[in-house]
Ligand binder design. Structure first.
Ligand code: FES
Length: 103
């Protein structure tokens, strides 16, 4: 079973913001949507854009490279040009810690 790992503190990411974190060699984009946290892979499936440097639009994360969007809840593409979904990871909050379950 996947193990939850602390990747950030709740106060590190303001509402509507994204932060890139690296843990166990994996790069993740951590998103705060109205106080709920989501984690996706950092790399865009279109051309490797850094999603962690992108902007959030409700539940969509927008790639800064060509404007592709993905739903952070499911990883599904919501705006082209990407064709393939991104990976998402389970997130939980324990006290002040944001924890992500990695593979
Ligand atoms: S690299 Fe992300 S939309 Fe092109």
């Amino acid at each position: 079973m996947a193990e939850f790992v602390t990747v950030a503190k709740v106060n590190d990411i303001k509402k509507g913001k994204v932060k890139t974190v690296s843990v166990n060699g994996q790069h993740l984009a951590l998103c705060n949507v109205e106080g709920t946290f989501f984690a996706t892979q950092d790399l865009c499936t279109h051309d490797g854009g850094p999603l962690g440097e992108g902007e959030l639009w409700d539940y969509d994360i927008e790639c800064p490279r060509h404007g592709g969007r993905f739903d952070v809840r499911t990883g599904q593409v919501t705006a082209l040009p990407p064709m393939l979904p991104i990976k998402t990871f389970p997130v939980r909050v324990q006290g002040d810690d944001i924890q992500v379950a990695l593979d």
